[in-house]
Design a protein. Structure first.
Lengths: 130, 130
DNA sequence: ATATATGCAAACGCTTTGCATAGAG
DNA sequence: CTCTATGCAAAGCGTTTGCATATAT
């Protein structure tokens, strides 16, 4: 190596402290700024891509077309709250047996899946009630 | 009304004849061209948006960031084949019970879901074998 | 006349890349 | 000296919009 990758390192520690959040590049840049790391957008982009390629984080694309990044830990799906626009991790509700059956029947092979539930998160649901 | 919407009509009949396909705007434009309807890209875009708003078709966004349109019929999920890049409809493999349980436990409400399986479709799987 | 559909071209939003600079080994 | 990280600015790419024109009612 020939120089210390400040941005990548800062990104990882930032995300590790709030790993319940799916970050847009803008979020990440703002998050770094809050920690006095003034990184250029392209640097954030490149660092995030590199981390994703390395498998440390995962890249997602929402219906709104913007990329989101999150720490890669145990698999989970997502709930996209239409009220607060957060992308919230939720336990996987895929029926493994059904998935396997589908593979067997159809002759296709499923490597991964991306499930996004759309609705209202618990917090917004509560706020609405009160 | 003040003029006959050629593009919307042509789009619908086009899609009805190959409703097993998820169309990008480019696909749609090319499909129309094959039927001697030379529509501008923006016209295709507007017609597709209008049809989607009217509920005749559905708009999806893939990881690649491009919008796809498909006829709205019975709910199904999708298999995105990484080899041929097709977006293939597959029966829904969501475990309804698990989904309902999740709603109850978490206090959130799920209106819809979008599930994209990623892997290899049966056709490509076969081609690979042979 | 009025309202809508269409084409053309330009604006947009987000992502991605080229190039020059800087700093660690 | 070499190799990578970073910033800056510009290019890309698909989507979206403004405006003028055409056409059916």
């Amino acid at each position: 190596m020939a120089r210390t990758p400040i941005v990548s390192t800062a990104l990882l520690s930032l995300m590790r402290e709030r790993h319940h959040h799916a970050w847009t590049l803008e979020d990440l840049q703002a998050g770094l700024a809050g920690r006095d790391v003034a990184a250029d957008f392209s640097s954030v982009f490149r660092a995030a891509e590199k981390l994703a390629a390395a498998g440390d984080i995962r890249k997602l694309t929402l219906e709104d077309g913007r990329a989101r990044f999150e720490l890669r830990d145990a698999h989970h799906d997502h709930l996209h709250c239409l009220r607060c626009d957060e992308l919230i991790p939720v336990p996987c509700v895929i029926d493994q047996a059904a998935s396997a059956a589908f593979e067997a029947e159809s002759g296709s092979r499923v490597a991964e899946h991306s499930l996004v539930l759309t609705g209202t998160c618990a917090t917004c649901q509560d706020n609405n009630a009160s």
